[in-house]
Ligand binder design. Structure first.
Ligand SMILES: C[S@@+](CC[C@H](N)C(=O)[O-])C[C@H]1O[C@@H](n2cnc3c(N)ncnc32)[C@H](O)[C@@H]1O
Length: 226
């Protein structure tokens, strides 16, 4: 199964790896509302610091921005990203932490990589589902459920469809993004309001444990039934 036109999105993130973390300071390519980024990042850092257990998989880990916060709760971590440059940035972050646990790196498309069933006690999925159409996200969640242990926890972080976002973006569809050097890409992106999140969680057979819904980002803590 292939992601929807994922080639350009994959190339965009690979090229953006060294400048990716700028988004968390409210810089481009984020919407021009830097203060709301600060507030949401602070809230989600606290949520991430309470999240994670056992063997955690971070799907589309990017530079591992949330990793310093959840890693202290885990015994083993698997980091998956299709972008080699993102994994290089992520590895720098991991090395700086001197973690006393096994950390595995998988370079590949999560939708295509083979995993054993029932391996992970927790998962972080941050800003990945928003790049998938509804149909492909169902395939994504099916695969995610299979690789999780019963009762596993999933932290889904993604972009909010809020009144502030509406001033600058369309809700769903191809969207332009540019690197600092001006190179432009068209990627598929969709944003979620609270109702969309609740529906997606239910439709994908997860239980919604809590939700933080900010002006730019949300964090939904969910779990898999036993
Ligand atoms: C928006 S970034 C988010 C990075 C990180 N999760 C974070 O919250 O900072 C999305 C990342 O997911 C990766 N990605 C997107 N779809 C993927 C897929 N199907 N398989 C593996 N990596 C994927 C991209 O390469 C990129 O590094």
């Amino acid at each position: 199964m292939k992601t929807n036109d994922s080639g350009e999105m994959f190339a965009y993130y690979d090229k953006r790896a060294a400048e990716y973390d700028d988004i968390y300071q409210g810089k481009a390519p984020g919407i021009p509302e830097p203060n709301v980024y600060k507030e949401d990042v602070e809230k989600i850092v606290k949520i991430a610091a309470d999240f994670g257990r056992g063997h955690l998989i971070d799907i589309g880990c990017g530079t591992g921005y949330w990793l310093p916060h959840y890693s202290r709760n885990c015994s083993e971590i698997t980091l998956v990203d299709q972008s080699r440059r993102m994994l290089v940035e992520c590895q720098k972050r991991v090395n700086a932490l001197h973690l006393d646990m096994d950390v595995h790196y998988i370079e590949g498309n999560f939708l295509e990589v083979d995993f054993s069933s029932g391996v992970f006690e927790s998962a972080v999925v941050a800003f990945v589902v928003s790049h998938l159409t509804k149909e492909i996200s169902e395939f994504f969640f099916d695969k995610l459920r299979k690789i999780l242990k019963p009762g596993a926890n999933v932290l889904w972080i993604d972009g909010s469809w809020s009144h502030i976002r509406k001033r600058h973006r369309i809700k769903s569809g191809p969207q332009k993004r540019a690197l600092k050097n001006g190179q432009a890409f068209t990627i598929f992106k969709r944003y979620f309001d609270k109702h969309d999140i609740e529906s997606a969680v239910e439709e994908n057979s997860l239980v919604l444990d809590s939700i933080y819904f900010g002006d730019v980002f949300f964090a939904a803590q969910t779990s898999l039934g036993h």
